[in-house]
Design a protein around this ligand. Structure first.
Ligand SMILES: Cc1ncc(COP(=O)(O)O)c(C=O)c1O
Length: 504
């Protein structure tokens, strides 16, 4: 007969003897989640190893292993003669830094329908819908070299051959891939040749493919917190477990990631320009992340979405180029440098994974369309791409300066008193302005959208607790001399929605 446990109540833990995870890991994960979610409170007694083993009907060895790990990591403490307890000194700060993780980690919904229903309904997030002042991702359309571009598109559209009309290589056209590989080796210090390049329909497509190839339902995955909402959705759909890892001024906090979940299967990062807060990942952090990936056999997905635009220094080299062991999947896009509706991007795949990506792509959309690949290959080889990036870098620097100045002019005293902050203006095509406490960025954004002003709320970029309120402001599509006017409209939207008068 099984002995009844006494003393501490035995928490509900489901263990699967034939599960993929070893028993000690299942027990460890269950306790850790219960502690982080406060279902087990600091100071609360937990059952003895013998009682738990009895209750679960398993040997004591895996329970001892799990408890040893929880002890070593400081989640539990043993008091001689009294038993084992959830560490009482786990501060509120420790716990409150993590509810986001716990809740999101548990968010891995069991079936596809409930996963889909968790995606943001677009009608509830009107700021994603429009294009105009401050819309993130908007480019300077009026400065695009349409004449050259349309000549190339027309030329290739008229040059009809069987090879341009048939199903083609799922990796993309060889000529285009060679041009991309040469560009990436030179401009982004990416270690690659054309056999590793896959042409995709923008980086969102690449993020989705990477999730399909690399992740199992339930795989833990590090994402940046705050981070890119449409990456989060892709991963949520895959059924993996999101582990939001905080970012600071050096990018993703790798040590925090290791503490939260050492065994994550992959880390999705934007090291050149963290989205949305704008940090550039420091060299020390890059090496730390690579070291973690190698030691845990994890993958790093490097989303290099806007690195061509850097204003105070040269563009920083890719992280992929630092990786001696092919653990990085590198993703880039022409959405920022050319225009987003082009839907052309690329990924650089480690050689060992190429055939898997190829197989998944074939089930996904067979192959990329021919026409724009051919036109863009010529556009790049003819030097137009480099020229356009150089020109727009200058232009976006002016727009960025104009936006920062306008924000200072309108919100100067709040910025001086540190109630508001401008973040991440050194690179890319957006910056972040944080809000004084008490204001709701989502309410203001919804009101502003009714007036044709597209403010992406910073709080929506958080998977867990909405740590900061603010706006992600795209400046690429707004002329420098209109910036002050648009910032005044922003201030008006703040006043209309929340009665905000500010101090200026
Ligand atoms: C961080 C990040 N990743 C990926 C993308 C998606 O870009 P694409 O248009 O190439 O799908 C964006 C678009 O703004 C982005 O900000």
């Amino acid at each position: 007969m099984r002995k009844k446990p006494h003393g501490a109540a035995v928490p509900m833990i489901a263990v699967h003897r034939k599960g993929e995870k070893p028993l000690h890991r299942q027990i460890y994960d269950a306790f850790r989640a219960m502690i982080l979610e406060r279902r087990l409170q600091p100071g609360q007694q937990i059952p003895s190893t013998r009682a738990l083993a009895d209750e679960l009907g398993i040997s004591r060895i895996p329970v001892l292993g799990a408890y040893a790990q929880l002890l070593a990591e400081g989640y539990i403490e043993s008091r001689s003669g009294a038993g084992t307890f959830v560490t009482s000194s786990l501060s509120d700060q420790f716990l409150s830094a993590r509810p986001a993780v716990a809740s999101v980690v548990n968010d891995a919904a069991p079936d596809a329908i409930s996963r889909v229903s968790k995606l943001l309904p677009l009608e509830g997030t009107p700021w994603f819908l429009g294009s105009g002042a401050f819309s993130v991702g908007q480019i300077a359309y009026d400065h695009f070299p349409f004449r050259v571009w349309s000549d190339l598109v027309t030329y290739h559209a008229r040059r009809v051959r069987a090879s341009s009309m048939n199903y083609a290589d799922p990796m993309g056209s060889l000529e285009f891939r060679e041009v991309i590989a040469a560009y990436l080796r030179t401009a982004r210090a990416v270690n690659c040749d054309s056999s590793q390049i896959m042409v995709v329909n923008g980086s969102q497509h690449a993020l989705d493919l990477s999730a399909r190839v690399l992740l199992d339902p339930d795989s833990p995955v590090w994402i940046e917190e705050p981070g890119y909402v449409f990456l989060r959705h892709t991963l949520m759909l895959s059924g993996c477990r999101l582990v939001p890892v905080p970012v600071d001024c050096e990018g993703l906090d790798v040590a925090a990631g290791v503490k939260l979940c050492r065994n994550a299967r992959a880390a999705y990062v934007t090291p050149s320009h963290q989205y949305p807060l704008g940090a550039t990942m420091s060299a020390a952090r890059r090496l730390q992340l690579l070291e973690w990936a190698h030691s845990s056999s994890a993958w790093i997905v490097e989303d290099d979405y806007d690195s061509e635009y850097r204003y105070e220094s040269m563009p920083v080299a890719s992280m992929q180029g630092l990786d001696p062991g092919s653990r990085v999947i590198y993703i880039g896009t022409f959405s920022k440098t050319l225009f987003p509706s082009l839907r052309l991007g690329y990924m650089v795949i480690p050689p060992a994974l190429v055939s898997r990506f190829l197989a998944v792509r074939q089930t996904n959309d067979l192959c990329p369309s021919h026409l724009y690949q051919a036109a863009l290959a010529d556009f790049i080889s003819g030097g137009h791409f480099t020229r356009h990036v150089r020109k727009t870098r200058q232009l976006y620097a002016e727009r960025r300066n104009a936006l920062a100045q306008a924000l200072r002019k309108e919100f100067g005293s709040e910025i001086d008193r540190s109630e508001m902050e401008i973040l991440g203006a050194e690179a890319g095509m957006h910056l972040v302005v944080t809000l004084p406490s008490g204001l709701s960025d989502q309410k203001i954004s919804a009101r502003a959208a009714e007036e044709g002003l597209w403010l992406w709320p910073l709080s929506a970029a958080y998977a867990g607790a909405k740590v900061r309120q603010g706006f992600i402001l795209g400046f690429g599509g707004t002329k420098a001399d209109e910036m002050l006017h648009q910032v005044r409209r922003l201030r008006k939207a703040m006043r209309n929605e929340s009665g905000y008068r500010g101090r200026a």
